[in-house]
Design a protein around this ligand. Structure first.
Ligand code: URA
Ligand code: ZN
Length: 381
């Protein structure tokens, strides 16, 4: 029972030292650059977005050093983190380089996790990971399948993180079917995470820093990629595929009934799918990185409602609400969005934990689940 009350962070990133040193050697995006600040001190900046505003973002030891991750976890009462390489993963490499680096980084991450301390009073480690695939344009499917095998043989890697571009045509590309089959077969969870946002022209000419690409562009990218997956029938072909969406699934919960209606009015698309679009939402897992209790409550009701499409019931009662919250998992997005003073607690943790605590209609058991119990079950920790 005690294990059920642990806090598990499923959305927390790193750049392994091997990866960071590659970014330091590059002159084009993605890269890490050193610049001299106005006060004369040197600082490193991470430049990973196309048209990145403000000369990138400051990057420090919290991005690369395991000790910093463990200190952050201790400061905020996080017992276990399931860490993933941050964007843009291997997207900028050619297939052979991407493959070789994926294999090395997966080994590095397995070691990073397997040599981490155990959670007091349990046999669980404090760190587990999501591995990487060399999923870049023109990569051979064999290279992807080999890496899935490597990840599933690495006992501390519980899934893999993936962007939205696939092998060049997005994730609704039928060429990826053998990959979905292998991932489902291996029982791995895909953590789907954005990087590209939506085209820069959408943001106008005002300098709004990183606000629009991160607050809106990222979640819209996830929304579009997941909708395309649903429309392609991937969840009908691979019903046991487990997908964890970043940032609570972006706008998909808000738009799911509209999506269902548009499909019904488009018979060619409708004939491709076995279920109402809202049914597929109930098959997804969403992180609880939305910073507000109303949003979390809404999202869990939408997930719960998808149950209606199996049972024919119209009720969102306590039992079905728990089905909704049972698919949501706490996350922080560390080390992004650091506080201005290093002594402060991070808003990303405080706000996301408070949000879980204050959802109207979630029982104590639901909250314990979202904070950690759901992750312990999903990842079989
Ligand atoms: N969160 C991420 O994971 N990546 C970013 O670039 C910014 C926030
Ligand atoms: Zn993230």
């Amino acid at each position: 029972m005690a294990a059920r009350q642990l806090v598990v962070d499923v959305h927390t990133h790193l750049y392994l030292p091997r990866y960071a040193s590659i970014l330091r050697q590059r002159n084009t995006v993605p890269k890490i650059v050193t610049r001299v600040r106005d006060d004369g001190c040197k600082e490193e900046r991470l430049v990973i977005l196309k048209d990145e505003p403000s000369g990138g973002r400051p990057i420090g030891a919290s991005y690369t050093e395991r000790n910093e991750k463990l200190k952050f976890m201790k400061k905020h009462g996080i017992d276990i983190s399931i860490v993933s390489t941050a964007n843009p993963w291997l997207d900028f490499l050619q297939p052979k380089e991407a493959h070789d680096l994926a294999v090395k980084l997966n080994d590095d991450l397995e070691e990073y996790c397997s040599t981490s301390p155990t959670v007091r009073g349990t046999s669980m480690k404090q760190l587990y990971g999501f591995g990487l695939l060399p999923i870049v344009p023109h990569v051979g499917i064999d290279s992807l399948l080999e890496t899935v095998k490597q990840i599933s043989a690495s006992s501390h890697l519980k899934g893999l993180i993936m962007g939205t571009r696939g092998i060049g045509k997005g994730l609704d590309d039928e060429e990826l079917d053998p990959l979905w089959a292998a991932i489902s077969e291996a029982g791995l969870t895909v953590f789907l995470h954005p990087h590209y946002g939506i085209p820069q022209e959408a943001w106008g000419e005002k300098d709004n820093g990183h606000v629009l690409p991160l607050a809106l562009g990222f979640p819209m990218e996830t929304t579009i990629a997941t909708t395309r997956l649903i429309l392609s029938g991937v969840f009908d072909r691979f019903p046991s595929l487990r997908l964890l969406l970043a940032h609570s699934g972006g706008a998909l919960p808000q738009l799911s009934s509209r999506l269902a209606s548009c499909i019904v009015h488009d018979p060619i698309v409708a004939s491709r799918l076995k279920h109402d679009a809202r049914f597929y939402l109930g098959k997804l897992y969403l992180d609880a990185v939305s910073y507000g209790s109303e949003e979390l409550g809404f999202v869990s009701d939408v997930l719960a409602r998808s149950n209606r499409y199996e049972t024919g019931s119209n009720n969102v009662d306590q039992a079905s609400r728990s089905i909704g919250s049972g698919r949501m998992l706490f996350g922080t997005d560390h080390p992004f969005f650091p506080p201005l003073a290093s002594s402060e607690k991070w808003k990303s943790v405080v706000e996301n934990l408070d949000a879980i605590e204050n959802v109207q209609g979630w029982s104590e058991v639901d909250k314990i689940g979202v904070k950690g119990g759901n992750a312990i079950s999903l990842f079989n920790l």
